[in-house]
Design a protein around this ligand. Structure first.
Ligand code: TMP
Length: 204
């Protein structure tokens, strides 16, 4: 058991393979004896699951600001109820999407003001950032092929939107190179995992 927990977040386009990598990392860390918690945004256990359902499947009009606030509300709940208590107890928290998704999707993708989104993120997280963030980078064509025909509300936002999201992630990563590491995820799963492990081991 660690005396201080660790908070790692995973980001990237839909279909980038992050969920597979998170599960591989969880198995590896548990075998090494660490206490690991998995969570996700949107959709952390409990209330988050209800918010996720609205965000991904509601078929009426959703304003861009309303969409942002729903992601932020889900985030506040995840941080307060799941992430912070686990980190305080010395656990390693692996979170599928977090603050950078809102900057990439609602900021760069939808075109909302980036500084305002960052400010709202700070309020939702009580100004705490992850110890480490991994961005799984993938070109939009490959990611859309992986997602296939059965798209949710966000995945249906179009190629231009998703190109802006990808460029947004790469910009964010350049702004915070200490926290955010980019991995090319258009490689075999084992190769991506090898690169992921090399980065994560430095934080253990
Ligand atoms: P996923 O859980 O399957 O990755 O899907 C969540 C979707 O929600 C994905 O399309 C990205 C999007 N999203 C945002 O637009 N903003 C956010 O802040 C978060 C957390 C996710």
């Amino acid at each position: 058991m660690r005396d201080r927990g660790l908070f790692i977040t995973f980001e990237g386009a839909d279909g980038c393979g992050k969920t597979t990598q998170i599960n591989l990392l969880k198995d590896y860390l548990e075998k090494e004896g660490y206490d690991v918690i998995l969570t996700r945004e949107p959709g952390a256990k409990g209330l988050g699951e209800k918010v996720r359902e609205i965000l991904l499947n509601y078929d009426g009009v959703v304003s861009d600001r309303c969409e942002s606030f729903l992601f932020l509300a889900d985030r506040a709940q995840n941080i307060d109820i799941i992430v912070n208590p686990a980190v305080a107890a010395g656990k390693i928290v692996l979170c599928d999407r977090h603050i950078d998704s809102t900057v990439a999707y609602q900021g760069y993708g939808r075109g909302l003001d980036i500084d305002r989104i960052k400010m709202l993120n700070s309020l939702a997280t009580n100004f705490k950032k992850p110890d480490l963030t991994i961005v799984f980078d993938i070109d939009v064509e490959t990611s859309m092929q992986r997602v296939g025909k059965d798209k949710d509300r966000m995945e249906s936002a179009g190629v231009d939107f998703h190109n802006r999201v990808r460029d947004g992630y790469l910009k964010i990563a350049k702004e915070e190179p200490e926290r955010i590491k980019v991995i090319n995820s258009v490689q075999p799963i084992e190769k991506v995992f090898e690169e992921l492990l090399e980065i994560v081991k430095k934080y253990l």
